[in-house]
Design a protein around this ligand. Structure first.
Ligand code: NDP
Length: 242
């Protein structure tokens, strides 16, 4: 293992959608590690100790303004976690073009917008860690989630292309692919869908957001500096064989 002396604790970290669910757990994990943590949010409160910047990832001007605010307070973003995401589940024949493009615009193009903006600062710093929050569904597929699965699979293409484009600048880009995590997003699922997922998960349980957060913090840390373009499952074995 090579410890990188240029990436100590106290890095400028930005988590999109860090006000609740998995994003909040990720933001707290970095805060506990002593990092300077900023989150984007559209609603709710900002937890103590974090910088909250209002931003909508579907709007480049809003993303740009958020980064400018974070840079002024914490310096260039060294760790970017693109976590903001939505679902608009319905079967293909009922899925409107808006259902498809809205999900892709938030989950995939939204990630593109923040990654592009963050890469400017990372290139100047000559270091950076990008973590894209995908889903087991990106590679496993899921009925009723053609839009969501497409957006989450696309993140792998972004991470791997970034790795090839920016890898020589001490910038890594990885995908974390959670399975079924207890948050508002999964609370919204019908009970029979939750039951059917549960029966397919080898671990026999859903996970807490903190179990994703620890993996994100690790993949963004110095111990994982030689891992890039990887897809790391946090799914209790649901997606084995991808
Ligand atoms: P939640 O629904 O609990 O939270 C979603 C977050 O994304 C919120 O902070 C929300 O902000 C933010 N967000 C949504 N749209 C936008 C937007 N246009 N601009 C800025 N922020 C936005 O979801 P989870 O915590 O469950 O999910 C977080 C990520 O993990 C998502 O990408 C999701 O796809 C992924 N994931 C979740 C799994 C699960 O089982 N829960 C499994 C696999 C992946 P606001 O509060 O303002 O709406």
């Amino acid at each position: 293992m090579q410890n990188d002396p240029q990436t100590p604790a106290g890095r400028s970290v930005l988590v999109t959608g860090g006000n609740r669910g998995i994003g909040l757990a990720i933001a707290k994990a970095f805060l506990e590690a002593g990092d300077r943590v900023a989150i984007t949010y559209r609603s709710g409160d900002v937890p103590d100790g974090m910088l909250g910047v209002k931003a909508d990832v579907t709007d480049m001007a809003s993303v740009d303004a958020a980064f400018t605010e974070v840079e002024a307070a914490h310096g260039p973003v060294e760790v970017l976690v693109a976590n903001a995401g939505i679902t608009r589940d319905t079967l293909l024949l009922r899925m409107s073009e808006d259902d498809f493009t809205d999900v892709v615009d938030t989950n995939l193009t939204g990630a593109f917008r923040v990654v592009k903006r963050a890469s400017k600062g990372m290139l100047k710093l000559r270091r950076g860690r990008v973590v894209l929050i995908s889903s087991v569904v990106g590679l496993y597929g899921s009925p009723g989630q053609v839009n969501y699965a497409a957006s989450k699979a696309g993140l792998i293409g972004i991470a791997r292309s970034l790795t090839r484009e920016l890898g020589s600048r001490n910038i890594t880009a990885n995908v974390v692919a959670p399975g079924f995590i207890d948050t508002d997003m999964t609370q919204a699922l019908p009970e029979d869908t939750r039951k059917s997922y549960l029966s397919s998960i080898p671990a026999g349980r859903f996970a807490d957001p903190e179990e994703v957060a620890g993996v994100v913090r690790w993949i963004a840390g110095p111990e994982a500096g030689y891992i890039s373009g990887a897809v790391i499952p946090v799914d209790g074995g649901l997606g084995m064989g991808h």
